[in-house]
Design a protein. Structure first.
Length: 242
């Protein structure tokens, strides 16, 4: 199968070269290599220069579109280049490339259409569990998805996720921009696709820092819950009219 890593990057000058090296090291002893595309989301630092100087395969967006727009650009690239599996993979070094096989396995076996890498299914798999507020917010979002879609997703905000060819096409045409991970999960579940989770390791950022705090976590959680409810209602209504 043709597999593509989609790597959104915004101001990742301290991280992106390490992520690139990790991909190359991973591919060294593999018969089937993993392809990648870095989506430089209008970075204002030296990310673009580093990508150019190291001949790293990338697309430069002329302005910052946010994570949703950057990832959808990657899905469009995956669709146009006929990839079988696309994997969202962060440019900050948090995702562990050694779990690529695990996250692709259920799709390759035809057991799932989307696979989400989770820190919470088996906590021993990941040393990094994020802050209390993020874990709390994730549980509330997970509960909301379960109520709306009758499916428990333990790590609904995880950006480490793989999708099959059919969903690549779907996401290349339509993808949420505000809260892409939980909203896209609701989109897939509401369309009756099969979503599964596998335990993965996640690391702390290689460099830089997150700007998330208690108040932004609460604000994010409340807005995501509202978006999930609206999205689920809208999708069900559209399906009911068909």
């Amino acid at each position: 199968m043709k597999i593509l890593l989609i790597i959104p990057a915004y101001n990742e000058e301290e991280n992106i070269l390490k992520v690139y090296d990790n991909i190359n090291n991973y591919n060294l002893d593999k018969e089937e290599k993993i392809d990648y595309i870095v989506i430089n989301d209008g970075s204002k630092d030296n990310t673009e220069r580093i990508l150019e100087e190291n001949n790293i395969n990338h697309i430069n967006l002329i302005q910052n579109l946010g994570i949703g727009g950057a990832v959808q650009t990657g899905y469009k690239y995956a669709y146009e280049n006929d990839y079988d599996i696309a994997i969202q993979f962060d440019g900050d070094g948090q995702h562990d490339i050694n779990y690529i096989k695990n996250i692709c396995g259920p799709i390759e076996k035809g057991e799932a259409d989307m696979v989400i890498g989770t820190r919470y299914l088996d906590k021993r798999s990941s040393k990094f569990q994020s802050t209390f507020m993020r874990r709390f917010g994730s549980k509330i979002i997970s509960l909301t998805i379960k109520i709306c879609c009758r499916k428990k997703i333990t790590d609904p905000t995880s950006g480490f996720r793989a999708i099959n060819k059919e969903i690549i096409k779907l996401f290349s045409e339509e993808y949420p921009t505000e809260y892409p991970e939980p909203e896209s999960t609701v989109e897939v579940l509401s369309r009756k696709y099969n979503v599964s989770e596998v335990p993965v390791n996640m690391n702390e950022r290689i460099a830089g820092k997150s700007f998330v705090n208690v108040w932004t976590s609460i604000d994010y959680m409340l807005k995501v819950i509202l978006a999930i409810i609206i999205d689920n209602f809208s999708i069900r209504r559209r399906r009911g009219k068909k």
